[in-house]
Design a protein around this ligand. Structure first.
Ligand SMILES: NC(=O)c1ccc[n+]([C@@H]2O[C@H](COP(=O)([O-])OP(=O)(O)OC[C@H]3O[C@@H](n4cnc5c(N)ncnc54)[C@H](O)[C@@H]3O)[C@@H](O)[C@H]2O)c1
Ligand SMILES: O=C(O)[C@H](O)COP(=O)(O)O
Length: 470
């Protein structure tokens, strides 16, 4: 259990963890506490527990996978949560077993939280993606069962942009090949088909956090920047947005992908797109492995159309590090690809820097803790964004009601009727698609009222899940 001193400055806005002495079936606090800060067992229509059994922050179980940064572990430990930490991701069967009882899961890009997996999570309240991409989580299903999902939208953008700049220069100078040659005892001093990047055109597909950051770096190297995006985005520096992908492909010396994995971006670059590119141009991908059709890329390199490529992401990536981990059967093109010149392959390290991982750990752990302790969903990627001013620690007999429900008419009337014997100090409600989230702080609540409020809310037909914080 954390003392306030253990909770670092970044968490000053959080409630400190307070030990609760809950008697069975009733949510309660010890007489010495002026305020209760607990996360009662989440009960949903489909996964209802028989008794309302409360627990303190010390009862919160967090499963962290994929070597999530220690900054996050420290924050969760500081909150007093129970933390289970794994360096790699888990197989589906292991994940199903582990996810059963936990209240929060922290993952990176490898762990697939599908509907099948999430169905086994009986107490899950929140998922943290300690990365940018969230395509590995079934976001709609998570929302449907009242599970909020958070990510870190830009903490590793700079790291990816810097890697791409390094690779642009490496491809232009054939650095990968020269280095391999030297490692194997070959001195091969050549200038033919080696270029400066100054004055060349970089074509960026997807001008979001990473694409726009890269744009600034590339211009500092004297490159011209074109970008293609499905939305109109303000250009940084002297970059120019082009209206079609074909225009970008036909005018760029380097083409780099920074789009999310969606149905629309699947095989965004395939044989016709490589054919539309300039002779001797280069292709880079540090977005997702689905975005580039690698067999077609191999053909374009073999035909001399593409002069080199740098890939950081692949259709099937290993769950853990190690020799032989990369699955050559699933990625059957690999032996042909590595036999080609000027091919730089990295193991999905775009965001893997100390700075990025540390910042991501802090950001996502802070958001998860705030959601668990206060119910604040601001920044969630699949949920209505709701927040109220922090719980007032000096005020006694105040309860925060967190009510996630189906977005249908009549809910506010019903809920406020249930809460009407108490003073509603603050209330906020928002919806996103079929899901809505109501947060209310009510005062003048006695111990005996709490179970009654809970039971009444629990009986409402629109309820997805309820938590009472006090
Ligand atoms: N290699 C790594 O380690 C690493 C690290 C971080 C992010 N990523 C990947 O990079 C992706 C991009 O990251 P970001 O932070 O820049 O995301 P972002 O959401 O800030 O930007 C993505 C941009 O792509 C645009 N876009 C979407 N679909 C498009 C399409 N069909 N055609 C053209 N543009 C399209 C969007 O409008 C948006 O501007 C992430 O989704 C993630 O998958 C990889
Ligand atoms: O989505 C992301 O942020 C990147 O793909 C990095 O993922 P990782 O945390 O698994 O390296």
């Amino acid at each position: 259990m954390a003392s306030p001193q253990q909770i670092n400055n970044l968490q000053n806005s959080f409630q400190s963890a307070v030990n609760l002495g809950g008697s069975p079936g009733i949510v309660s606090t010890s007489p010495t506490q002026s305020f209760m800060s607990s996360v009662p067992r989440r009960v949903s229509a489909s996964r209802q527990t028989k008794a309302l059994k409360p627990f303190s922050t010390g009862d919160i179980k967090i499963l962290l996978l994929e070597n999530v940064n220690q900054t996050a572990v420290e924050i969760f430990n500081g909150q007093g949560y129970q933390v289970e930490f794994h360096k790699s991701s888990l197989s589906e069967d292991e994940l199903i077993e582990k996810i059963r009882d936990v209240h929060a899961v922290g993952i990176r890009s490898k762990t697939r939280l599908t509907e099948k997996v999430l169905k086994h999570a009986k107490n899950l309240v929140v998922v943290g993606c300690f990365c940018i991409g969230t395509n590995q989580v079934d976001l709609d299903y998570a929302a449907k069962i009242g599970v909020a999902v958070f990510n870190s939208p830009f903490s590793n953008s700079r790291s990816v942009a810097e890697l791409i700049m390094a690779e642009v220069i490496s491809l232009a100078r054939q650095l990968g090949d020269r280095s391999i040659e030297m490692h194997t005892g070959t001195w091969n001093k050549v200038a033919s088909k080696c270029w400066e990047v100054r004055g060349k055109t970089l074509g960026i597909i997807g001008y979001g956090h990473i694409g726009s950051q890269l744009s600034v770096l590339a211009e500092a190297f004297g490159m011209q920047v074109l970008y293609y995006d499905i939305v109109t985005i303000m250009a940084l520096g002297t970059a120019k947005q082009v209206s079609t992908l074909d225009k970008l492909l036909s005018e760029s010396d380097f083409v780099t992908c920074h789009v999310p994995a969606t149905e629309d971006t699947k095989n965004l670059l395939s044989a016709p797109q490589f054919a539309a590119m300039k002779d001797g141009s280069y292709v880079l991908n540090a977005s997702r492995g689905t975005v580039i059709d690698i067999p077609s890329l191999i053909q374009a390199i073999k035909a001399g159309k593409i002069a080199g490529t740098a890939l950081d992401v692949y259709p099937h990536e290993p769950a853990k590090n190690g020799a032989g981990a990369f699955n050559d059967e699933l990625n059957s093109w690999i032996s042909e690809l590595v036999s080609l010149p000027n091919v730089i392959l990295t193991p999905h390290i775009g965001g893997s820097t100390e700075e990025a991982q540390s910042a991501i750990g802090i950001e996502v752990a802070a958001n998860l803790s705030k959601y668990i302790n206060e119910g604040a969903s601001v920044g969630s990627v699949n949920f209505p964004e709701v927040s109220l001013r922090g719980l007032d620690l000096d005020q006694e007999n105040v309860v925060r009601v967190l009510y996630i429900h189906h977005n249908v008419p009549g809910v506010l009337k019903t809920v406020n009727n249930i809460l009407s014997n108490h003073n509603i100090e603050k209330q906020f409600s928002d919806s996103s698609g079929d899901i809505a989230y109501l947060m209310a702080d009510i005062s003048s609540v006695n111990q005996s009222d709490i179970k009654d409020i809970y039971d009444q809310l629990n009986a409402t037909e629109y309820k997805i899940s309820i938590r009472l914080l006090y």
